[in-house]
Design a protein around this ligand. Structure first.
Ligand SMILES: *Cc1c(COP(=O)(O)O)cnc(C)c1O
Length: 332
């Protein structure tokens, strides 16, 4: 393993650092998926994490690692989704100022979600790029620290704490199904799980519509991938052409990547609700989707990480009612 990879020691340190802020989420067996898969299937209920996703783990650890001077100057971010929520909450818990910059195009519900966690919201420009320019200005002029969503050692180590919990909760685990976007979650989980259980398999699950890491693994280097509307909206976006950590770690530590189409993601949300009685967002349900589609070759007990629950409840109601929700058509 190359020296650059996030280590078990960093993940264990993260666990101590964030223990007071994050919840140790439950693992539950799934009788219906167990019967279907022919091996024991467990669900890691991380959508029940505070702020509704695992992103709180990484954000809390990144803030814990700041110096006192950096804490005094505050943190900034551009994410309007789960990372933004996690960062806002973690900052408030640590008594650190947090500004989330976003463009005028961001829907009010997302702005409200971030503000509800106590962050300052700055609306600038008409694109993500213009919002990023404001972040760069706050970093340059006010000495604030930008906390990125995945390609950062402290973020990866924080997400890895979920992997440490898993090996304790399911000691005989054979395969872990991990929703995959920029790779912070899967790299942290893989580093933790493989350090403790070298034989375990780690499988990443993305959507067909804009699977950035999958395209990069194919190309053998980070490449630009078009972002498309999808039910797995927390999995959208690129990995960064100057990716420093997650591309190399994913390539080395992840055994397989599986892609799901929109109908399979909808089916997974529906299954989570009707069979498991859990409200899970599309991105969080892809592990279930892969099991339902029969596309993973899973050995031994399987754990699917339900990574988040922040779904628009009207959209959720339509999906579980069996309506054919086509986000591509609705975005057009
Ligand atoms: C961010 C996110 C992911 C993907 O995490 P990465 O670290 O970017 O791979 C998966 N599920 C949910 C709910 C998320 O918010």
């Amino acid at each position: 393993m190359s020296d650059g990879f996030v280590t078990l020691a960093e993940i264990e340190k993260a666990r101590t650092a964030i223990g007071e802020t994050v919840r140790r989420t439950f693992v539950d067996g799934s009788p219906s998926l167990t019967e279907m898969a022919g091996v024991p299937v467990h669900l890691k209920l991380e959508h029940q994490q505070i702020t509704g996703s695992f992103k709180l783990r990484g954000a809390s650890n990144a803030i814990a690692q700041l110096t006192d001077a950096e804490k005094a100057r505050g943190v900034v971010g551009v994410s309007t989704g789960n990372h933004g929520r996690g960062l806002a909450y973690a900052a408030r818990a640590a008594g650190v100022r947090c500004i989330i910059c976003m463009s005028k195009l961001v829907p009010q519900a997302k702005i409200d979600g971030i503000m509800a966690q106590g962050a300052e919201v700055r609306i600038v420009g008409r694109s993500q790029d213009e919002a990023q320019e404001e972040v760069d200005r706050l970093v340059a002029d006010e000495g604030m620290t930008m906390i990125p969503p995945f390609d950062h050692r402290a973020i990866i180590a924080g997400q890895g704490t979920l992997g440490l919990e898993l090996v304790e909760q399911v000691p005989d685990l054979g395969t872990v199904l991990v929703p995959l976007s920029g790779g912070g979650l899967i790299c942290g989980v893989a580093a933790a799980v493989k350090a403790k259980k070298p034989g375990a398999k780690i499988v990443g699950i993305s959507m067909e519509r804009g699977a950035a890491m999958h395209a990069c693994l194919r190309a053998g280097r980070p490449v630009a991938v078009e972002e498309l509307p999808t039910l797995a909206d927390s999995l959208g976006g690129g990995i960064g052409l100057d990716n420093r950590h997650t591309f190399a770690m994913t390539r080395a530590l992840v055994d397989d990547v599986v892609l799901l189409d929109e109908a399979e993601i909808a089916r997974a949300i529906r299954h989570a609700y009707r069979q498991e009685r859990q409200i899970v967002e599309g991105s969080g349900a892809v592990g279930i989707g892969a099991l339902l589609a029969g596309t993973v070759n899973s050995s031994g007990p399987v754990v699917a990480i339900l990574s988040g629950g922040n779904i628009d409840m009207d959209q959720h109601a339509r999906i579980v009612a069996g309506e054919d929700v086509d986000v591509a058509r609705e975005a057009a």
